[in-house]
Ligand binder design. Structure first.
Ligand code: NIG
Ligand code: FE
Length: 411
């Protein structure tokens, strides 16, 4: 089946094959064609070019973009969208003056979500998660990574990973699963850290064997997991084919970034705090730094110092961190707008960060993240006559007219 999209005002993120990420100053450039067409066969981009060279195809479905801008779908490389219920009471408690750390110390935070998740039937968890997935699809996300980490028991973690697998089977979307057993220390292991680490270590081979996860994550942070513990789990993850993607430098800088780089992590995520040593460790690394501006916004913590990182020549990706505690939104349009408004990224840099670099951060840049012949036909079409600068400018408004996944229009 062929689809020809015509009269595109601007076709964004047009790249030759082989570019898997863009760094530093190169992120300022967003390659595009004006007055363009795009040709899709089944779920794959076949060709694109200038409107004046548009082929005449009788058997193709023709979609008039009405001078809208067409860009590759957002890629969300960091979410926790499988969760039970919400944490709206903690939201109100924070407004009334409690900090995220104080709430966690009272048994709230991640342990609150873990209690709710363990009490919920798998079917109900699937239904709640599917609603969130459908919402982000409508908002233009074309591929998503989802973490476990609200089970913190063998059964709870496996339940989450099974739900992610079911979402993957039932939705036309590329989904990667990450095992985040080391998200917080459960109460029952308060005096037995070693016991909990061993529980996670025992799960890694099983999860790898049953292909329940693609990646391994650890919350490397003061009061959560130490750098040494993180290194131990990353080594085991690598041994079983679960490449690390690490939560690090959210509240404190304790050397986790250099450790993650040493263990070949695919990404290091959060980075609200970044030291000179962290910047040096990331130079030339395979590891993609990932910023999560919705989290900074929602719990009022610093934003990742994007300008400093780009100036140092580093690449940067953006993700939503969709989760009940620090970012109860998976809207990548908001993420891109907030990166522009609060992190002073240009629209070009933010779009690169939320597409091609984000695809790299979830290991799919060979097939996703740009308008490239042979890549997946996943796109966002804006309303008529929209310049792409208007996407972040009109923050909080929806400028998306149509979303395509695997070459098909999402109803
Ligand atoms: O990425 N920082 C660790 N984990 C999540 C939030 C966890 C929660 O509060 O539920 C995050 O922000
Ligand atoms: Fe997170």
């Amino acid at each position: 089946m062929r689809t020809l999209i015509i009269h595109i005002k601007t076709l964004l993120q047009v790249r030759e094959p082989g570019i898997d990420k863009v760094s530093g100053t190169a992120m300022a450039e967003l390659p595009y064609l004006e007055e363009a067409y795009l040709l899709v066969e089944n779920d794959i981009i076949l060709d694109y070019g200038l409107m004046r060279d548009c082929p005449v195809l009788e058997d193709a479905l023709i979609i008039d973009a009405q001078q809208g801008t067409l860009l590759p779908s957002w890629i969300d490389s960091h979410t926790h969208l499988v969760y039970a219920g919400n944490r709206v009471q903690e939201f109100v408690d924070r407004i009334n003056g409690l900090s995220y750390a104080e709430i966690a110390q009272r048994g709230g935070g991640i342990l609150n979500s873990a209690a709710r998740l363990n009490a919920m039937e798998e079917e109900q968890l699937y239904r709640e998660s599917a609603v969130r997935l459908e919402e982000i699809i409508r908002q233009g996300t074309g591929a998503v990574e989802i973490k476990s980490g609200y089970g913190l028991t063998v059964e709870g973690e496996l339940k989450m990973l099974r739900v992610i697998q079911r979402l993957r089977e039932n939705y036309p979307m590329t989904i990667k699963a990450t095992f985040l057993g080391a998200h917080a220390l459960p109460h029952v292991y308060k005096d037995n850290r070693e016991g909990y680490l061993q529980l996670i270590e025992a799960l890694i081979p099983q999860i790898a064997e049953e292909k329940l996860a693609d990646y391994l994550d650890v919350f490397c942070e003061t009061d959560y997991f130490t750098v040494a513990e993180t290194e131990r789990l990353m080594a085991m993850g690598n041994h079983y084919g679960l490449q690390p993607k690490i939560h690090v430098n959210q509240f404190t800088a304790i050397g986790g970034i250099a450790a993650a780089v040493r263990h070949n992590a695919l990404s290091v995520d959060h980075l609200e705090l970044v030291t000179e040593e962290d910047l040096a460790a990331l130079q030339g690394a395979v590891t993609m730094p990932v910023a999560l501006p919705s989290c900074s916004y929602f719990i009022s913590i610093p934003y990742t110092p994007a300008r400093q990182m780009l100036q140092a020549g580093l690449p940067l990706a953006l993700a939503s961190d969709f989760n009940p505690g620090t970012s109860p939104s998976g809207n990548m349009n908001f993420v891109v707008a907030t990166a522009c408004i609060k992190m002073k990224m240009t629209p070009e840099e933010a779009i690169n960060a939320a597409t091609i670099n984000a695809a790299y951060a979830m290991g799919i840049s060979a097939t996703h993240g740009s308008i490239t012949r042979g890549k997946k036909a996943n796109f966002i079409l804006t309303q008529p006559n929209i310049h792409y600068h208007e996407l972040p400018y009109a923050f909080g408004s929806n400028r998306i007219a149509k979303v395509f996944l695997n070459g098909a229009l999402i109803p």
